[in-house]
Ligand binder design. Sequence first.
Ligand code: HEC
Length: 162
Amino acid sequence: MKKSYSIILGIGALLMLFIFLLVGHHRDIPDRVRLDRGPLLGTGSSVTERIKPVAQVSLASAETQREPVKSAAVAPSPSRNGQQVYQTTCVACHDAGIAGAPKLGDKGQWAKHVAKGPDTLYASALNGVQGAAGAMPPRGGNPGLSDTEVKAAVDYMVARSK
Ligand code: HEC
């Protein structure tokens, strides 16, 4: 009698230990992981059913991420207008006429530059130019500027100086 009691107790203890470990194990798994495992345990159709929206979402987000890059490559739209580019880069020299740069708004200083025509001015601003008074660095020393932005800044400066 005593022996069968201890066997039952032993089995009971093992059972409790097993349940304890099982519950503890599951509690350790974060909800996210358990949810992720859901589709794998389902039937074939429920797997595709559950994966589908995820695939669509990631495709959609990839699409929106690619969109601005694509449109920027096709038609570079200036993120900054001429005045903004001037104020972030060109202002360093052209506002006070530093290093021999023609001052913004100084018609007398700009006249000989404007006379060269816009294409020459664009080329000077993009590639830089060594003048008698000083050197104009390519893109005003800001390689982050696009061609469109540099040209817009030239247009802005010329419009304000003639
Ligand atoms: C480090 C100083 C400096 C910065 C910054 C600078 N410039 Fe100049 N820039 C000059 C100097 C000096 C000249 C005069 C060159 C000369 O005598 O031909 C000049 C001349 C020019 C000319 C006349 C070029 C010609 O062929 O007559 C244009 C246009 C011009 N800059 C545009 C810009 C634009 C646009 C920016 C900003 C993106 C800019 N510059 C930033 C120094 C600078």
